[in-house]
Design a protein around this ligand. Structure first.
Ligand code: SF4
Length: 344
């Protein structure tokens, strides 16, 4: 299964910088935008992540058990469970930081880039572990997260949710921890994500139940593909109730990368269509709709702050639910990190 084998030349052509046997860094579109135009991705608006100080990487570049039709990546996955041979976390982190600096070095001579912003970009304060592949397949992910946190770098991780055994022993936890829920039912999940394992859907629902008790900021993302998984709000609400996440992000599919060979532009929902879904889901769950980012076709639903897990959250800094969140009300920082200016 999959599109074709991954190989270093192909990956480097795509802008990935390999940092070991199974890890890579790629400069995010929004990192470049933040440097040249001062514009930040919706994670800046929602969670206070500064795009120019964010390093997008993966410790599992050639490992995933799904073959999502909407995935931007090549899918010639070499591993569909776990990595048998792997690099040490310290090696991956130091090579990733070097690669990010190298990839951004050209911005230093760009007249449109503020020198202070460029200087800050050379010392990432946040790692987005979301580039490609399933990060929980890396057996030393725990150590990698701890190493980042020790260096004052916060972590943001996206999992496809099919590895509950990978979630159980986590300490420390990333903030936020994202879990993708991209289907309302087993049948749609099978058609849309083409899982390698028969029980992938059961594993996802098991992960959602585990998520409920993980003491970090937990986010469920629904990537919505028109004609495939957009709709079924009651079914999505039932899944979301299993996890009772702090935030829910309904987000429209973007016609990009390799997904253009599996889907068409007709599968891209409008921001308003995503909004209709978000409003219906919000009503079913009793989660107020607190923000939106039309550039990324994404909405934000939030659990009442008094019911959130993350220890040490300062309610005064949280958005007033029920109305649009404005710039200086964010970020929702963890005390301690707030003092260092690190994104949450
Ligand atoms: S889980 Fe993520 S990396 Fe794996 S196929 Fe789906 S979108 Fe791509």
């Amino acid at each position: 299964m999959g599109d074709q084998d991954l190989n270093p030349a192909l990956l480097e052509d795509q802008g990935y910088q390999l940092t070991g046997k199974h890890s890579a860094v790629k400069v995010c579109y929004w990192t470049a935008k933040a440097l040249t135009e001062g514009r930040h991705c919706y994670k800046g608006r929602f969670y206070g992540i500064e795009s120019h100080r964010c390093m997008q990487m993966s410790p599992s570049i050639d490992a995933c058990n799904l073959h999502c039709r909407f995935c931007w990546r090549y899918q010639g996955w070499e591993h569909e469970e776990t990595l048998e041979e792997f690099d040490e976390p310290a090696t991956i982190l130091s090579r990733s930081l070097e690669a990010q600096r190298r990839l951004l070095s050209g911005f230093g001579g760009n007249d449109r880039v503020d020198p202070e912003r460029f200087r800050e970009s050379q010392a990432p304060r946040h790692v987005a572990i979301s580039l490609t592949g399933e990060p929980t397949f890396y057996p030393k992910l725990n150590e990698f997260l701890a190493l980042c946190h020790d260096r004052g770098i916060t972590t943001f991780l996206v999992t496809n949710g099919t590895t509950p055994d990978g979630l159980r022993p986590w300490a420390p936890l990333p903030t936020p921890l994202y879990c993708s829920v991209t289907a309302p039912s087993r049948a749609v999940f099978r058609r849309l994500t083409l899982p390698a394992q028969e029980d992938a859907w059961d594993r996802l629902t098991e992960s959602l139940k585990l998520l409920r008790d993980l003491k970090t900021r937990r986010v469920i993302r629904h990537t919505l593909v028109k004609g495939w998984n957009l709709g079924w709000e009651e079914e999505y609400a039932a899944l979301d109730r299993l996890a009772e996440p702090d935030f829910i992000e309904p987000k429209g599919y973007v016609y990009m990368g390799r997904s253009r060979q599996r889907l068409t532009r007709d599968h891209v929902p409008t921001h308003e269509e995503v909004g209709g879904f978000a409003h219906r889901l919000a009503g079913l769950l009793g989660y107020p709709l607190v923000d939106e980012a039309p550039d990324s076709k994404v909405y934000l639903l939030a659990l009442d702050p008094s019911r959130r897990w993350l220890p040490g959250l300062e309610p005064a800094r949280l958005p007033d639910l029920g109305r649009t969140v404005e710039g200086d009300m964010l970020p929702m920082l963890v005390p301690g990190l707030a003092a260092s200016g690190a994104p949450g």
